[in-house]
Structures are given as C-alpha cells and as structure tokens.
Design a protein around this ligand. Structure first.
Ligand code: 6GU
Length: 261
C-alpha cells in the first residue's frame, strides 16, 4: 500500500513512519509513504495557506487553492482520500479493514478551524473522526488512522495476533498473564496453567464477555441470546461459579483495577 499524507507539519509524521513496526513494514516493501508539505503548493511567496471564514466566526480556515493543487498532484479523488476531522464519521475497525483493502490512500490533515468545503466536495472521499473529543492537530488523528489500517495489511502482523485482539471478534480482549505464576501474592487464574485448551478457550470467551459487559455493554446488543455465545452471556450476567472469570465488581478482569492516586 502507498500512503500519502498531506500536512502543514509533515515533520510530525516522519518519526512515526521511520520507527518500529511501520519501519519494518516499509523495509519489507509492504508499505511505502510520501509526506507532502501542503505549503509547497501555496501560490504566493508568503506561502499562505489559511484565511478568515466567510460569514464571520473565530479562527482561520485552510484556503482551497493550495489544497486543491496538492490533492490533484496526490491523485485525489481517484484515489481514496481521507480527510481527518472531528466532524467526520466515527472511525472504527470495520472502516480500518475497508481502507486496508486499498492499493493507495491519501490522507489530508487539517489545521486551524478546518478546510474550505469546496475541497471536501470535490477531492475528499471519506471524512473521518477518531473520537468524540477535539484535537488541536489533525496529524495525531492521521497517525491513528494509518496505524489502525496498515497493521491489517497481510504480512505486517501475524494473523493469529490479529484474530485474537479486541474488536476483531466484536468483544474486548480477555485478560492475559505471563510469568511468574504468583506475583505479590496474586495468582494467575488456575485454568490458564491447566493445559486444558477447551477450558482455557471457554474461560477466555467468558472473560471477554465480562469485560465487555463492564466497559462497553453496547457492543453486546447484537449478540443472539439463543446462540452459544448468548448462553454464555446469560451465565455471565447471572454470575459465574468457581474458576470462572470474575465480574467487574469482584475483581480479576482488569475492569476494576484500583483508582490511581
Ligand atoms: Cl480527525 N481531528 C481533530 N483535529 N480532532 C479530532 C479528530 C480529528 N477526531 C476527533 N477529534
């Protein structure tokens, strides 16, 4: 996949693309990237990219001409063009999977109060918000979108890791433990060291349900209560027996860790 990111501050993104798992994906040839400084497409010698809002109001807007020229050069809107903005559609794993199927992505980072609507109308294919809060920097949101997308490209991360993580199943991930088996008088749940793979799978699924019920109950609304998963959910709601993942208010799911001081 080739990713082009258009920004007034491309240096914010450079470190992200040249480190860690992204660095490896680029080295393997799975991802290539281009960081475009929108200012290089400004018309005047002051390289002005913003202006006041027609109709009044606080703040400055990004002007259409530099954006139009930069996006034209990047191949928009023939290529999928994502504008990251708090007034976009809420980003989620399904959107990430959809974007991951593209050969090319163009991502536009806004600054100031946003961009001229005519650019959205003619060059942008997807307006995406990463959550219900306001960031001062679209670059941070662009990194979030790129990170969620490129790791789904085959070969970047092992398929097994992808299959087990939160959201790929529609549930939050179950709690996990590593050595030592006893730490500061806390024990790893016995079933996880039992070697009984069926029992482990059942415990993990139930623990996922417990955690999802505590933190994100709205994710459970689509579960068919007459299915096997629905039956397990009912067991979780009615309270589990011994060796079962504990409910959020009785400890052990990570959903109830002590408040930080
Ligand atoms: Cl995509 N951009 C900015 N600036 N703030 C946001 C956002 C995006 N998504 C949520 N808040």
């Amino acid at each position: 996949m080739k990713i082009k990111v258009l920004s007034l501050f491309p240096e914010i993104l450079e470190a992200y693309f040249s480190a860690s798992i992204m660095k490896r994906a680029v080295a393997k040839g799975l991802v290539s990237y281009e960081l475009v400084d929108i200012r290089d497409y400004a018309y005047d010698r002051h390289r002005k990219c913003d202006d006041e809002v027609f109709g009044g109001g606080a703040g400055m807007l990004m002007k259409p001409e530099p954006l139009d020229r930069a996006l034209e050069a990047a191949g928009s809107p023939a290529l999928r063009t994502i504008y990251v903005t708090p007034s976009g559609r809420l980003f989620n794993q399904a959107m990430a999977a959809d974007f991951a199927r593209e050969e090319n992505l163009v991502i536009l980072c806004g600054r100031y109060e946003g961009i001229d609507q005519r650019i959205i109308d003619t060059r942008v294919t997807d307006e995406v918000s990463i959550g219900d809060y306001v960031l001062s920097s679209g670059e941070v949101a662009a990194m979030v979108v790129v990170d969620a997308v490129y790791r789904l490209i085959p070969g970047v991360i092992s398929g097994e890791s992808l299959a087990e993580e939160s959201f790929s199943s529609g549930l939050l991930e179950y709690p996990q433990y590593t050595r030592p088996e006893e730490y500061a008088t806390m024990h790893v749940p016995e079933v996880l060291v039992s070697g009984n793979h069926a029992a482990i799978a059942r415990w993990r699924l139930k623990a996922s349900l417990v955690k999802t019920l505590a933190y994100r109950p709205e994710l459970l609304h689509t579960i068919d209560l007459s299915s096997e998963l629905g039956r397990l959910l009912k067991e979780v709601i009615d309270g589990g027996g011994e060796n079962e993942p504990r409910t959020a208010d009785s400890g052990g799911t990570g959903a109830d860790r002590p408040a930080r001081i």
